[in-house]
Write a protein that binds this ligand. Structure first.
Ligand SMILES: Cc1cc2nc3c(=O)[nH]c(=O)nc-3n(C[C@H](O)[C@H](O)[C@H](O)COP(=O)(O)OP(=O)(O)OC[C@H]3O[C@@H](n4cnc5c(N)ncnc54)[C@H](O)[C@@H]3O)c2cc1C
Length: 387
């Protein structure tokens, strides 16, 4: 990087969103520099999906995202869909498969995905600069001055693609939020999402390792997830809980339907006692969980009213998380740059022309299953079109 270099676009953060945006802007003829403070690009891509990267979801739709403004993501998702990204993956000859529920994974290593994005950057003549520490963005007489330990760059446009706070050891920082605040843009307070929840009730830990098919939701939320729950040494996890965690706020309960809407206790008509309850539950869930729930739910008297109460609690069992396992374990960060401050077609800040925010740094968070990468691709492409 030369002393004071002039480029059209500086993209900060070589993750999923930053690499695609830089590549597409470069291919549109823009002179682009992509700055990354880590020594390696796309570190989250490399570890995602157990090393095989769940890079999109065939069933991607706006209702699979959370945001203070649920309409915000629509434009970008429509401009660059899951099918556009799949087309790029095919063009690069990367083999993939649908695992379940529309989730697309690489057949081989996620390294192929990073290699694809770097090849696209090369095609766009992007200057990829790694290990750039101490980046600062300042207004210049026209556009922006991007300072770092490596020197300065002057650019008409700055794209902030530095992600959220999840997994600090992979390079996550609050840089994007700081730039937003510096330019007077509001930030929805970030919190960990897609994260295991902790339980103070030590009795649950005795069930660590047990998993069950449940329906879970955060108290007060209408969004429900029929997936697996896993009991851990610290609390609960598994897809049903990870999904629910994105909607959960500290102090709320998480509700779990352990019998997925099935009217279970009618089966106990002939015999009504603890043994019958245990046996009935054992038919639908792992034995140890059935025994545990029997202990928690057994009424003092086996009246019709008491049984109706047991049934009701089975359908909405309240877990009271003491917290979450935090950013060290969170797959995403919920919250971020307030979408009201951004143009939904381009991701440009309304009050700071030339400044764009894309990917996870924005207050748009996907469900589990490839939606977060699709948001990174869609917001990146929408932005690149405007550069
Ligand atoms: C373990 C794990 C598994 C996941 N698996 C999946 C999956 O299978 N499917 C899916 O859809 N989503 C998955 N996700 C979520 C997905 O990885 C993210 O939503 C996505 O990577 C966000 O892309 P991004 O480009 O916005 O941010 P990031 O990928 O986080 O990239 C941000 C980049 O900015 C850099 N950066 C940060 N601060 C600075 C700074 N101050 N200066 C310079 N550079 C900076 C970072 O080092 C990083 O390279 C997973 C996440 C984790 C943690």
């Amino acid at each position: 990087m030369a002393e004071t270099q002039r480029v059209d676009v500086v993209v900060i953060g070589a993750g999923a969103a930053g690499m695609l945006c830089a590549a597409l802007a470069g291919q549109r003829g823009r002179r682009v520099a992509l700055l990354e403070h880590g020594e390696q690009p796309g570190r989250k891509i490399l570890i995602s999906g157990g090393g095989r990267c769940n890079f999109t979801n065939l069933d991607c739709a706006p209702d699979r995202f959370l945001s203070e403004n649920p309409h915000f993501a629509k434009s970008a998702l429509a401009q660059f869909t899951q099918h556009h990204f799949v087309e790029m993956v095919r063009r690069h000859g990367i083999a993939f498969h649908e695992k379940t529920l529309g989730q697309l994974f690489c057949d081989g290593s996620a390294r192929a995905m990073v290699a694809m994005l770097l090849t696209e950057c090369e095609r766009g003549g992007v200057e990829v600069v790694l290990g750039v520490r101490g980046i600062r963005v300042e207004p210049a007489s026209s556009g922006f001055r991007v300072e770092s330990e490596r020197g300065a760059m002057i650019a008409d446009t700055v794209v902030v693609a530095t992600g959220g706070l999840s997994i600090p050891k992979l390079g996550a920082t609050g840089f994007g939020y700081e730039v937003a605040r510096q330019y007077g843009l509001p930030v929805i307070p970030p919190r960990p999402g897609l994260v295991p929840l902790t339980l103070a009730d030590g009795e649950w830990r005795k069930l660590a390792g047990i998993s069950a098919q449940v329906t879970a939701w955060a108290e007060g939320s209408r969004v429900r997830f029929a997936e697996k729950l896993l009991v851990t040494h610290r609390g609960v996890s598994g897809p049903a809980i990870l999904q629910t965690s994105s909607y959960w706020q500290a102090g709320q309960a998480v509700c779990v339907d352990f019998v997925n809407g099935e009217r279970l206790l009618a089966a106990m008509d002939t015999r009504r006692d603890e043994h019958a309850l245990r046996e009935t539950l054992r038919r639908t869930m792992p034995q140890r969980l059935a025994d545990f729930l029997t202990g928690r739910l057994r009424p003092q008297r086996w009246t019709n009213t008491a049984l109706a109460e047991v049934e009701a609690r089975l359908h909405a069992f309240r877990l009271e998380p003491s917290g979450s396992e935090g950013y060290e374990k969170a797959e995403v960060t919920v919250g971020g740059v307030d979408t009201r401050a951004l143009d939904s077609r381009t991701m440009e800040a309304r009050t700071a022309p030339g400044l764009f925010f894309i990917g996870e740094v924005v207050d748009v968070t996907g469900h589990l299953g490839g939606f977060n990468f699709q948001w990174a691709w869609s917001s990146a492409a929408a932005c690149a079109r405007a550069l």
